[in-house]
Ligand binder design. Sequence first.
Ligand code: KG4
Ligand code: ZN
Length: 331
Amino acid sequence: MRVLGIETSCDETGVAVYDDEQGLLSHTLYSQVKLHADYGGVVPELASRDHVRKIVPLVKQALADANCTLDDIDGVAYTKGPGLVGALLVGACMGRALAYSWGKPAVGVHHMEGHLLAPMLEDDVPEFPFLALLVSGGHSMLVGVEGIGRYEVLGESVDDAAGEAFDKTAKLMGLDYPGGPRLSKLAAKGETGHYRFPRPMTDRPGLDFSFSGLKTFAANTIAKEPDDEQTRANIARAFEEAVVDTLSIKCRRALKQTGYKRLVVAGGVSANTRLRTTLAETMQAQGGQVYYPRGEFCTDNGAMIAYAGLQRLKAGHIEDLGVKGEPRWPL
Ligand code: KG4
Ligand code: ZN
């Protein structure tokens, strides 16, 4: 079976072709980062319009790169939600219309299921069951994964997502959008031990997260400290350590609770080097194993949607003819 996957939930247009025997045949990606940079964040209307401009050329390119004709595709998957409704509708219209015109089935994929399954695109595939830490710009969640579609949300953020906290704190530090990777770069120049940020919600039982307090703590620290590069790097370092430490504490707790030995980490923040190293050490200490997607598949992409869509289509999930986006959609 061969599936065309389309991702347009936020500011990346991604299209890919995945084949269940040959693996990933092609993937194309266009990032709108430059378009939104002047505004310090994603402008939904601009995002939708840019998806409209890019989607057709990217579909053509993904098919050409995979040496495919329309006849070789057995189904179409698109991100149905959650995300920006206008942006979602561009991918949903394109995916649904292509499938209809080719007489092929279509399936709407949950964006976070795409992230969750992204490590399956690598050679070293995690076996079920596993614990998934999903950390992106819109979500932070711990999920118990027993199999495809068998997900139990064990904990999630009660306010800002981890990536959102990175982005907002970066903005406070005068860093350009997208702030997460920039803050992380600055943190690498910082010295540890100058500031002690809290580890929110680790002093009580449970697996939920809260990151908005860290942003406030950063704002207060920035306000009372000198405005020089090294001080900002030290603050960035302390902030990053707090986020990573908090995520690591909650992962250890969830692993203990579930008894799982495998941890999958995905979503944009899983590109963070400190997080990757810390969780690798955590899992090694526990005699378990950690799995990540490669860097380019941590953030939004079409490959993860093609993969997840293929699994869903194989399980008989088919979208009806209506075109629907689900801006808020529980996993
Ligand atoms: O998964 P993603 O591409 O989009 C959403 O579904 O939200 O995640 C984007 C988020 C942004 O908040 C971005 O700042 C964050 O991931 N991010 C990072 C890093 N790379 C991306 N945060 C911290 N360190 C990074 N290296
Ligand atoms: Zn995402």
